[in-house]
Design a protein around this ligand. Structure first.
Ligand SMILES: Cc1cc2nc3c(=O)[nH]c(=O)nc-3n(C[C@H](O)[C@H](O)[C@H](O)COP(=O)(O)OP(=O)(O)OC[C@H]3O[C@@H](n4cnc5c(N)ncnc54)[C@H](O)[C@@H]3O)c2cc1C
Length: 428
C-alpha cells in the first residue's frame, strides 16, 4: 500500500498550484483528477477548422493580477492586452457604448451608502424603481447575469461594490492560450516528483486525524496524511451527482456552506468565419468591436482584437443559460447564428456560408464542473470562512470559490491553491 504525505483532488489551477508549492517542499504528493486531461475549467482547444487555439473556458486575465502574471513570467509565456470598443444593439441600431453599465456613477453612490448587504434584485427594486432607471437596471442585470453568471435574486450588492472598487479596465490574453500556464504548473509538479492520475473520479473520503483513505469510483484506495480538495462547489454539496464526493464521518457544515455560495452556468460559443463581416460588410457594422451587447437569445459577443482572426465568441450566462440546458450543439449553434443574423441584419444562409468552424461548450452539462464559476451571495462570506477552515488539520479545501478577492477567476483559483498549500506546510 503506497501512502502519500498529501493527496490533491482536482488538477485545475487551484490543485496544480497547491501541488507545485507542497511538492517543492519535498512532500510526497499525488494528484487525482476525474478528467482525462489537466486544466479543469481552463480548456484551450486546438480544433479542426480553427486557425488558432480557442478557449472553451477561461480566456482573459482581468488586470495585472499578481499570481497569474508572476507565473507567466516564470514560465516565459507571453501575454498581450485586448483592444477594441464596446458596442450595443439598441432600438435596432448598432451604437457605441461607453461602459458595461449605464449610469454606473449613480449605482456606485448608492452602493457606497448601503450599510448592510441586500441582493441586487432588492437593490434595484428599492432604490431604482423609477422609470428613468430602466436602462441602468437592464444593463446591471445583464452585467450580473452575463459577467458574473449570477442570479440577481441571490447576488450580493456589497460584493459588487467590492469588485468595482478594484475593477481593472485592462484585460489580457495569453499568447497560445491559458493551457500553457496550466501545462507549466503540471510540468513543474512532475519535475518535483508529483504523481498525477487522470481519469480518476474520487467518490468517498474516509478520514480521521492526520489520516485519510481516498476511494475512487473504480474502488481503488489512495492513502495520505492530508488531503486538499479543489473540486467545484456542486461536488461538495452532498447531492447525488456522478462526481460528488461523500465523507465518512459526514461533514454537514461543509455541504451546507457549499450550497450557500452562488454557482452559475455559462454556454460559450466560439465561431470562426471566413472574414470579419462585422467590420467591412454591407450589413450592419460594428467597427473595431471588442464587446457587443444585445437582447438576442445569445446576447453577448466579443472579437479577438487586437488579433484579427475573424472569430466571434458568443456568451450566454446565468439563469438564461439554464433555459438552453439539455439542448444539443446544433440547436445552440442555430440560436447563435439567428442572434448574429438579427444583430448584424444579415441573412442566416449567408452567415452559414461564412462559417468555417464552431465550438460549443455548455459548462452546466460538463460532468466535472456542473456549471461555470461561483458568485458571491449575501451568505458567501460566512460560507467561505467555513470552507477555508481545515477539518481536523486533515481535510483542506481550495478552489476559485474560496478566494476572497478574485473568486470566479483563474487568479482566484491560483491564489486559493497557494494559500492552502502555505497553510498546510505551516503545520507539517
Ligand atoms: C466558460 C468559462 C469562462 C471563464 N472565463 C474566465 C476568464 O476569462 N478569466 C478568468 O480568470 N477565469 C475565467 N473562468 C473561471 C476559471 O476558469 C475558474 O475560476 C478556474 O479555472 C477554476 O479553477 P479551480 O482549480 O478552482 O477549479 P477547476 O478548474 O474546476 O478544477 C477542479 C478539478 O477537479 C476535478 N474534479 C471534479 N470532481 C472530481 C472528483 N470527484 N474527483 C477527482 N477530480 C474531480 C475537475 O475535473 C477539475 O479538473 C471561466 C470559467 C468558465 C467555465
Amino acid at each position: 500500500m503506497e501512502k502519500f504525505d498529501i493527496i490533491i483532488i482536482g488538477a485545475g489551477a487551484a490543485g496544480l498550484m497547491a501541488a507545485k508549492i507542497v511538492s517543492r517542499a519535498k512532500k510526497k504528493v499525488c494528484i487525482l483528477e476525474a478528467r482525462n486531461r489537466i486544466g479543469g475549467r481552463v480548456h484551450t482547444l486546438i480544433k479542426n477548422g480553427f486557425s488558432k487555439p480557442v478557449e472553451a473556458g477561461a480566456e482573459f486575465i482581468h488586470g495585472k493580477l499578481p499570481v497569474t502574471i508572476s507565473l507567466l513570467k516564470e514560465a516565459g509565456i507571453k501575454y498581450y492586452e485586448t483592444d477594441g470598443e464596446l458596442w450595443q444593439l439598441k432600438n435596432d441600431k448598432l451604437l457605441r457604448r461607453n461602459d458595461f453599465i449605464e449610469h454606473a456613477d449613480q449605482l456606485m453612490k448608492k452602493l457606497n451608502e448601503l450599510n448592510h448587504d441586500i441582493s441586487i434584485a432588492e437593490l434595484m427594486n428599492t432604490y431604482f424603481k423609477d422609470e428613468k432607471y430602466s436602462g441602468m437596471k437592464k444593463s446591471l442585470q445583464q452585467y450580473m447575469e452575463g459577467y458574473d453568471a449570477a442570479d440577481i435574486s441571490y447576488a450580493s450588492s456589497l460584493a459588487l461594490k467590492k469588485d468595482w472598487q478594484k475593477e481593472d479596465d485592462e484585460q489580457y490574453r495569453i499568447e497560445g492560450g491559458y493551457q500553457l500556464l496550466l501545462d507549466h504548473l503540471k510540468n513543474t509538479c512532475l519535475q518535483n516528483g508529483c504523481s498525477i492520475h487522470l481519469s480518476t473520479i474520487v467518490k468517498k473520503i474516509n478520514w480521521k486525524d492526520d489520516y485519510a483513505e481516498v476511494i475512487t469510483k473504480d474502488n481503488n484506495s489512495f492513502f495520505s496524511n492530508k488531503v486538499i480538495i479543489t473540486v467545484p462547489l456542486p461536488f461538495l454539496t452532498g447531492e447525488e451527482i456522478d462526481a460528488g464526493i461523500s465523507f465518512e464521518s459526514s461533514l454537514p457544515t461543509v455541504s451546507e456552506a457549499a450550497k450557500q455560495i452562488g454557482y452559475g452556468s455559462v454556454i460559450k460559443i466560439v465561431l470562426e468565419f471566413t472574414h470579419a463581416f462585422w467590420e467591412t460588410g454591407e450589413y450592419r457594422r460594428a467597427k473595431n468591436m471588442f464587446f457587443l451587447f444585445s437582447d438576442e437569445k445569445i446576447p453577448t459577443w466579443w472579437s479577438q482584437l487586437p488579433d484579427k482572426t475573424p472569430i466571434l465568441t458568443g456568451w450566454l450566462a446565468g439563469p438564461k443559460a439554464n433555459a438552453l440546458a439539455n439542448e444539443d450543439d446544433d440547436f445552440i449553434l442555430q440560436q447563435a447564428l439567428l442572434s448574429l443574423s438579427s444583430i448584424f441584419a444579415i441573412d442566416i444562409k449567408i452567415l452559414r456560408q461564412f462559417l468555417k468552424a464552431s465550438l460549443i461548450h455548455d459548462w452546466m452539462a460538463d460532468p466535472f464542473s456542473k456549471g461555470a464559476y461561483s458568485y458571491n451571495t449575501i451568505a458567501s462570506a460566512a460560507a467561505k470562512k467555513i470552507l477555508a477552515t481545515p477539518v481536523a488539520n486533515t481535510l483542506f479545501f481550495a478552489g476559485e470559490a474560496l478566494d476572497d478577492n478574485s473568486n470566479a477567476t483563474v487568479e482566484g483559483a491560483l491564489n486559493s491553491g497557494k494559500d492552502v498549500a502555505e497553510k498546510m506546510l505551516n503545520i507539517l
